[in-house]
Design a protein around this ligand. Structure first.
Ligand code: IVH
Length: 673
């Protein structure tokens, strides 16, 4: 397609895609199927590949992410990002209301209208639009300076990358800027599936933690996959005739932002109380977490007059709902054995309703927690659901303790294989040390291997794995690939059709990527992100197997604990046999795009990177060195062979110069490669 025509087509596609994005994410009223949407995006991406200079920063293709950024730089907020004073009591809300009334009265104003909004439980961010284009997105940080996380925020579909020119023109301030503040959060179901795919030790406690963690990720493609949402509740520094917060919320919607829509104008205290009461129960039906109600004085012109304390404005307050509690009976405790042998006591509770769901189980974490609570079997216990999604036992209702309670006893032997349990020094958990033979651990490892974010073998459910392990057909994930239809079709609840399906699913899984395989192996502390880093640094499995502890610790994001656990994994007696089986099954033990056939230019060298490189992410640069026989370390010493100094290199560069270690620039480094 010729250039002018392509440019025209690209403008059209961008507009169309933006419109469908808006319909889908903000209005929740999609007009086209996901498939057709993907086609539009593909078309645009194809044109952008042909004419890279025609890619605009607001192009929807830029949301997809994929840039690996370096450390986030910090930026100063245009105006401090204040927080709100919080209260848990309706009495305090009434006090706030009359305090504002008094202040207004002193100003000669009698009318007092408040906007009540939901308080979204996420992470506050500020977005700056200049001439209608999103130019900066930052976290609150300390209120004065925050982290510039624009690359990650761009991946969020409810954040417009561009505000329609005429609207931007009309509303931006004299500095040609509009600032929108709001909260980023994750839906409860997206949070659940994110956690499901993570090893137990890597799970997030609640959607807010998961959101905060995700916003700080270095890999924005991963951020995009986690599908976060931005809700706007605040518009700053704008040229606007409207002097009401309510109108600004509506304006935000007109500008293409999602506000959640659940706000109400209250002209009396009792309206506020009613709003709070209405949402106490109703909020549990929302697909995301809310933890209270925010009240803001509607008349924006009075905000300045009322002013702020150092931390929060006087014209607003947050009411937080108390954590929901319920009382029920502890019927029993079961002891689960995880894939890494950890014993987790789980409370079995008499089913009880709490915050919109029925609770019948709750983890007790470990035996220290049981001691701390002083809980006994058949006790009445108070359970609570606060920020955490999984309810917790917070205390024993001692006042109701009967004579028939019994102590909870730490089992001496593994409930699965009867091996005596051990408690490593300094740890709070008990373990089953029978790594190789314990059926529960084998089962856990096989299920982890097959899980969605690992090899994604869908037809392999819990019941089937239990049978396969029990009859000894499967002793490690490698045995899965030897399974044949005749062996399977006779199993409980399996027919020929299910057996054929399973064998087919196993076959398909052979083509999963190397990084998924690394994650699927279930090495302790190696979650998805770590597996990705490892695959980057060691594009061939043999390299990883041979890596020493110090070298591993020098891979970005891999600390000594992870390095140790990788070494431990490889010395386990069963590892070589498992790896051989998986290799024979044809799984990928190599990154998809093998790094170009490489030289050994860094053979035996110890390299240190310092400062920011312009063309390489740290992990990439480290991988290149390691692929060429070198080793990357973190600190400069006399044994360092080379220091690669990027922008703003600091103390490491100084030290290198002092010690007389060879220093090269990014350009020189590149030519050495
Ligand atoms: S207004 C200067 N409105 O809760 C006032 N904040 O506990 C700026 N939050 O810092 C905040 N929902 O991170 C506002 N509807 C809402 C909110 C909200 C959640 C967060 C925000 C704030 C914190 C205060």
């Amino acid at each position: 397609m010729e250039r002018a025509k392509a440019a025209e087509e690209m403008v059209k596609l961008r507009e169309e895609i933006d419109r469908h994005n808006y319909l889908y994410y903000v209005q929740a009223r999609p007009e086209i199927a996901d498939y057709d949407f993907d086609r539009l995006l593909e078309k645009l991406v194809a044109l952008e590949k042909l004419y890279p200079d025609l890619v605009t920063p607001d192009s929807p293709s830029q949301r997809v992410g994929g840039q690996i950024s370096r450390e986030f730089s910090s930026v100063q907020h245009r105006e401090p990002m204040l927080s709100l004073s919080n209260t848990y009591s309706l009495g305090d809300v009434a006090d706030f209301y009359s305090r504002v009334r008094k202040l207004l009265h002193e100003e000669g104003i009698e009318k007092q209208e408040m906007v009540a909004e939901l308080k979204f439980d996420g992470v506050a961010v500020g977005l700056v639009y200049r001439d209608g284009l999103l130019v900066q997105g930052a976290t609150r940080g300390d209120g004065v300076r925050g982290d510039d996380i624009t690359v990650n925020l761009r991946t969020i579909s409810t954040i417009p990358l561009r505000i329609e020119a005429s609207l931007a023109e009309k509303h931006q301030g004299p500095d040609r800027e509009i600032e929108v503040r709001g909260e980023v959060f994750m839906r409860k179901d997206d949070f659940d599936s994110l956690n499901e795919g993570r090893p137990e030790e890597d799970r997030f406690a609640n959607p807010r933690n998961a959101t905060a963690g995700t916003l700080k990720l270095q890999d924005s493609a991963e951020v995009a996959r986690r599908r976060m949402i931005f809700v706007a509740y605040f518009l700053k520094g704008i040229a606007d005739e409207s002097t009401r917060h309510l109108d600004r919320l509506r304006l935000l919607e007109k500008l293409g932002f999602y506000t959640g829509g659940h706000y109400r104008l209250c002209s009396e205290l009792k309206d506020i109380e009613q709003f709070i009461g209405d949402w106490d129960e109703k909020r549990h039906a929302l697909p995301f977490e809310t933890d209270g109600v925010v009240l803001k004085l509607d008349d924006v012109t009075l905000w300045d007059r009322l002013g702020a304390t150092s931390k929060s404005p006087r014209w607003a307050i947050a009411y937080k709902y108390p954590a929901q509690q319920a009382k029920t009976e502890l019927l029993g405790v079961v002891f689960q054995v995880g894939r890494l042998g950890t014993i987790t006591p789980v409370a079995e509770l008499k089913p009880v309703k709490l915050a919109g769901s029925t609770v019948s189980r709750s983890t007790l974490h470990n035996f220290d927690e049981i001691d701390r609570l002083g809980v006994r079997l058949h006790d009445r216990v108070v359970i609570e659901k606060s920020g955490e999604v999984i309810p917790k036992i917070i205390r024993v209702a001692l006042e109701e303790r009967s004579l028939s309670t019994e102590p909870i006893v730490v089992p001496e032997r593994c409930p699965s294989c009867r091996t005596p349990l051990v408690k490593p020094e300094g740890e709070v958990s008990w373990y089953c040390p029978n790594e190789e033979e314990c059926p529960a651990q084998i089962r856990g490892r096989v299920l982890h291997f097959a899980s969605r974010n690992a090899m994604d073998i869908q037809s392999l459910g819990v019941a089937l794995v239990d049978q396969l392990v029990a009859i000894g057909l499967v002793r490690d994930p490698g045995d899965l690939y030897a399974l044949q239809v005749p062996q399977l079709e006779g199993l409980e609840r399996m027919g020929t059709k299910s057996a054929v399906n399973l064998v087919r699913a196993l076959d398909e899984s052979r083509s999963r990527s190397y990084e998924r395989l690394l994650y699927a192996l279930g090495i302790r502390h190696v979650g998805q992100a770590t597996a990705r880093e490892l695959a980057r640094a060691y594009p061939r499995f043999a390299m990883l197997r041979e890596a020493g502890e110090e070298e591993l610790s020098s891979v970005p994001d891999i600390g000594p604990v992870v390095a140790r656990s990788i070494i431990d994994y490889f010395v386990r007696p069963s590892t070589p046999a498992l790896i051989t089986k998986l290799q024979e099954a044809g799984l990928s033990f190599m990154a998809a795009e093998p790094e170009e056939p490489v030289n050994r230019n860094f053979e035996g060298m110890r390299v240190v990177f310092t400062g920011e490189l312009e063309r390489y992410a740290r992990s990439k640069a480290s991988g290149l060195v390691m692929a060429r026989g070198g080793m990357v370390t973190n600190s400069v010493s006399r044994t360092t062979s080379l220091v690669v100094a990027g922008n703003d290199a600091g103390s490491k560069l100084e030290k290198a110069l002092k010690l007389g270690v060879k220093v090269v620039s990014e350009d020189e480094f590149e030519s050495m490669l």
